[in-house]
Design a binder for this molecule. Structure first.
Ligand SMILES: *Cc1c(COP(=O)(O)O)cnc(C)c1O
Length: 352
């Protein structure tokens, strides 16, 4: 029998149960596809690809368009198969044996999972009562011990809150050999953008994705922005030609539709606030959110039973109640207006 690594044996993967239902509000995808002209132009451009050739290894065209979008040099951008591949590259380059990843809980579970996959020790720090980073606890951790990769998610998944700029700045300025990763998968839905914390010599990498805002979870495209030196370190561990020709073309083309995507983000934010206001009217405990999802507290009701009741009515949300610090919580992605109405109707029935 082939023997799996001992440190992986006890782990189970990160899966969102996929149930075949009408309304899927469990993985924070956008409720709409990219604009029709995106799809037709993409089909045309794919017809001209020389499939017998390897793609542009440096993905130069796509990287320079992203660099332009964010007003940084092209050498400050790395593209990859979803931001999860970016996170993996970060941990391959800066984590590993004798190093640690610092994560704040509740938080995005893939940070800890990818850390473990790469043999990086995981250190967990609990969030404060407001579900924000406890800066004193974080500082104490960083001032002692092994080099660390610190994961800051802003807005955070699944709590939905953005991290105050001063907190993140304090983490960056704390002396030590650590790297701060700012995962901004949901930043377009928020008023707080931490990109300006990047600089030539700041130990900071910002990660972004096309999966949420852009309505392109199926494309698997994410990227990192950081100083040329840090991006160079990530390039050491990426596989040759990891970003295929089709993805490079689709990503570049998507950037012709920034205005359309911004309009859709605004619609989602408006829907989020409508949904939240209605939930409050229904007496549901729901926190503020800067992302495209809401976290609700099922209170005296069992979260598992509420989740099942919703599934029976054709609505799938994410049951987070088994995650650390999230007893009783369900996470619901903001969908299209009819999807959100279907969720509200189903929830009202379940709670009645
Ligand atoms: C969804 C999500 C991602 C996105 O991962 P992709 O691999 O780009 O699809 C990254 N970070 C967080 C916090 C997320 O919730």
């Amino acid at each position: 029998m082939a023997r799996i690594r001992d440190d992986l044996r006890a782990l189970s993967g990160y899966h969102s149960p996929q149930v075949d239902v009408r309304v899927r509000l469990n993985t924070n995808e956008a409720p709409f596809a990219p604009p029709p002209t995106f799809s037709s132009s993409l089909a045309e451009r794919l017809g001209a690809v020389e499939w017998n050739r390897y793609p542009d290894r440096a993905a130069s065209a796509l990287r320079s368009r992203l660099a332009e979008l964010h007003s940084v040099p092209t050498e400050w951008v790395l593209v990859a198969n979803g931001s999860n591949e970016v996170l993996q590259s970060i941990l391959l380059a800066f984590g590993g044996n004798g190093r640690r990843a610092v994560v704040f809980e509740p938080g995005y579970q893939m940070h800890a999972q990818i850390a473990r996959n790469t043999g990086t020790r995981v250190e967990t720090i609990e969030r404060n009562d407001e579900m924000l980073i406890d800066i004193d606890a974080a500082r104490a951790s960083l001032s002692a011990g092994e080099p660390a990769v610190v994961f800051v998610t802003s807005p955070n998944n699944p709590t939905g809150r953005s991290e105050p700029r001063d907190t993140v700045r304090a983490l960056i300025e704390q002396a030590g050999e650590h790297l701060i990763v700012i995962d901004e998968a949901y930043v377009q839905f928020s008023d707080t953008d931490l990109l300006d914390l990047l600089s030539e010599d700041a130990p900071v990498i910002v990660t972004r994705t096309f999966s949420k805002t852009w309505g392109m979870a199926g494309l698997r495209l994410g990227y990192a922005i950081a100083s040329a030196e840090l991006i160079g370190a990530l390039e050491l561990v990426t596989l040759p030609y990891h970003v295929d020709s089709a993805k490079q073309i689709a990503g570049e083309l998507a950037l012709d539709f920034v205005a359309e995507m911004d309009a859709r983000v605004n619609e989602t934010v408006a829907e989020r606030e409508r949904l939240r206001a209605r939930l409050i009217e229904l007496g549901v405990d729901v926190g503020p959110s800067d992302a495209n999802f809401l976290l609700i507290d099922t209170g005296s009701r069992s979260a598992g039973q509420v989740w099942e009741g919703l599934v029976e009515r054709g609505v799938l949300v994410r049951d987070c109640s088994g995650w650390p610090g999230l007893a009783g919580r369900l996470r619901v992605t903001v969908g299209s207006p009819p999807e959100n109405d279907a969720f509200l109707t189903a929830l009202e029935e379940v709670l009645r």
